[in-house]
Design a binder for this molecule. Structure first.
Ligand SMILES: N[C@@H](CCC(=O)N[C@@H](CS)C(=O)NCC(=O)O)C(=O)O
Length: 203
């Protein structure tokens, strides 16, 4: 088994945090982002989207999406479940996980405009588009702020894939780009700071 990753990539970190929380040790391959290794013919053979993460299983199957990798690992390691423990809790965790996925997708495009930091062939979204994206980001943050209530983690008393999905976009914005992402959402800000202390959140 081999996990292709970028150490600081938002979507790869979702998987890395999951593995650390689950206590699973999976061999890693750090793609050379600066030199475009993720767009090399060799890597495109593994993941035609040219993105990270990708997990190649022991039987040589490539799983090319962070959520799918986590679900695969959960099926292989059902002990200490991280997607809930019954149909209702799984539905809640998955709902929040998907909110987190939307937050990541829209937040990344917005960040791209704010920072210009992601070298890409196409140009970053224009300011008008970025402002609209930030409107969606704000809405999603408001919903998560309500959903977390007074719980320690997004979906309740225990860490789940909902936390591992949403946390990295906060971390990317705050730590890599020094942007106050979610800081005006009191509960989310406290959640971020608590989660950041967990060993799994360390770079
Ligand atoms: N839905 C995919 C998205 C993966 C993705 O966008 N990865 C980013 C890193 S966070 C990437 O590889 N970007 C490189 C590029 O677009 O050139 C997943 O969650 O695995």
């Amino acid at each position: 088994m081999l996990l292709y990753q970028f150490q600081k990539g938002t979507n790869p970190r979702r998987v890395m945090i999951y593995l650390a929380e689950k206590g699973l040790d999976v061999p890693r391959y750090e793609l050379d982002y600066a030199n475009g290794e993720h767009r090399s013919a060799q890597y495109l053979d593994i993941n035609p989207s040219g993105r990270a993460p990708a997990l190649v299983t022991d039987t040589g199957v490539a799983i090319t999406d962070s959520a799918a990798i986590i679900e695969y690992m959960e099926e292989c390691h059902p002990e200490r479940p991280m997607i809930g423990t019954d149909p209702v809790s799984r539905a809640r965790v998955r709902s929040l996980e998907r909110l987190g996925s939307d937050l990541v997708a829209r937040g990344q495009l917005w960040l791209w405009n704010q920072t210009g930091a992601f070298p890409a062939k196409e140009s970053a979204p224009a300011k008008e588009t970025a402002d609209r994206l930030y409107g969606y980001v704000s809405e999603l943050l408001d919903v998560l702020e309500t959903e977390i209530g007074e719980s320690e983690f997004l979906a309740g008393a225990n860490p789940t894939i909902a936390d591992f999905t949403a946390f990295p976009i906060f971390q990317t914005a705050r730590e890599r780009f020094n942007l106050p992402f979610g800081e005006n959402h009191r509960r989310l800000d406290a959640w971020y700071k608590r989660f950041r202390l967990r060993p799994s959140a360390d770079y």
